[in-house]
Design a protein around this ligand. Structure first.
Ligand SMILES: Nc1ncnc2c1ncn2[C@@H]1O[C@H](COP(=O)(O)OP(=O)(O)OP(=O)(O)O)[C@@H](O)[C@H]1O
Length: 278
């Protein structure tokens, strides 16, 4: 569905962000895109959406070259940016003005989502708080029923109840035909939502693995501090040592996204070897 090969991109010739980035994303998945500040998550999402153009390599989305910004591409890919800027209009007028660009837009779903988020259809966007505005745009984006949904830091600015409503709504729109990409630093917000973890680091995809494969090969647990040396990576806390270990005995554990992310940055080659050894 999204096929990126040997992508090169830099905002200037001197500062190359991606030298040789390759990534394949399929329909029927919710991807969590993680990376440090400045790793290039937003840039990559903008390349996928056709807002930034690669200097070399290829990017194909739904069979289109995003760079060409063809109407049939733009009407099937929705990008929800981290920062929302809206006109001073009522939500119903925003929908009337924008929905016609998305042939699969479903007004009934939109009304359900904003009801869930406790936002009124007749509210003026300018009178909403940042978080409420963000929820209105998230609701619109999800209601477009686009085949590719890109959410850049969607939970920033959302309060605690809204984060769980967000997870519920996104899970409800996930279908076999759709590819959802969510970038975030708030890894706990993605708990039980994403099925594949992508880590971007130093201009390349350092990890791209399904949650099932991760918990099959790795085990996340808190152990006595004496056992710390057996971990691939871990962090000491008052409760003991929480870390990630080789899963030699097929132990079941819940993915700790924060520990996984830190372990990829700290022990990249060890983690990559785990997945390269079939
Ligand atoms: N318009 C721009 N002009 C020049 N450099 C830019 C521009 N936008 C981003 N950059 C630089 O590109 C790099 C990647 O930025 P990007 O916003 O893609 O990272 P990110 O992973 O989304 O970061 P964050 O987690 O902080 O949102 C950063 O070093 C940033 O300073």
């Amino acid at each position: 569905m999204i096929d990126i090969k040997n992508l090169q991109f830099g905002y200037s010739k001197k500062k190359v962000l991606f030298k040789d980035l390759s990534l394949g994303l399929e329909a029927g998945h919710i991807y969590g895109l993680l990376g440090k500040n400045g790793a290039g998550k937003t840039t990559l999402l903008k390349v996928i959406q056709g807002m930034l153009f690669a200097t070399n390599g290829s990017c194909s989305v739904l069979g289109f070259n995003p760079k060409k910004r063809e109407p049939n591409f733009l009407s099937d890919v929705f990008y929800i940016p981290e920062d929302i800027h809206t006109n001073d209009m009522r939500i119903r007028d925003f929908v009337a003005a924008n929905a016609p660009f998305y042939p699969k837009f479903d007004l009934g779903s939109f009304l359900n989502y904003i009801r869930e988020f406790e936002i009124s259809y007749d509210e003026k966007l300018s009178s909403l708080s940042y978080g409420q505005k963000k929820k209105a745009i998230i609701a619109f984006g999800l209601a477009t029923s686009c085949s590719v949904l890109i959410l850049d830091e969607p939970t920033n600015g959302l309060d605690i109840p809204s984060k769980s409503q967000f997870r519920k709504i996104v899970a409800s729109v996930a279908t076999e035909e759709r590819c959802i990409i969510i970038s975030t630093h708030q890894v706990r917000d993605l708990d039980n939502l994403i099925d594949t973890v992508i880590v971007l680091d130093e201009g390349v995809v350092a990890l791209n693995q399904p949650v099932d494969a991760i918990t099959e090969k790795l085990v996340f647990k808190t152990v006595d501090v004496e056992k710390a040396p057996t971990a691939i990576y871990g962090e000491s806390s008052l409760r003991g040592f929480t870390g990630v270990f080789h899963n030699a005995n097929g132990e079941a554990s819940k993915l700790d996204m924060e520990i996984l992310f830190n372990s990829v940055l700290a022990q990249k080659s060890t983690i990559q070897q785990v997945f390269n050894n079939k």
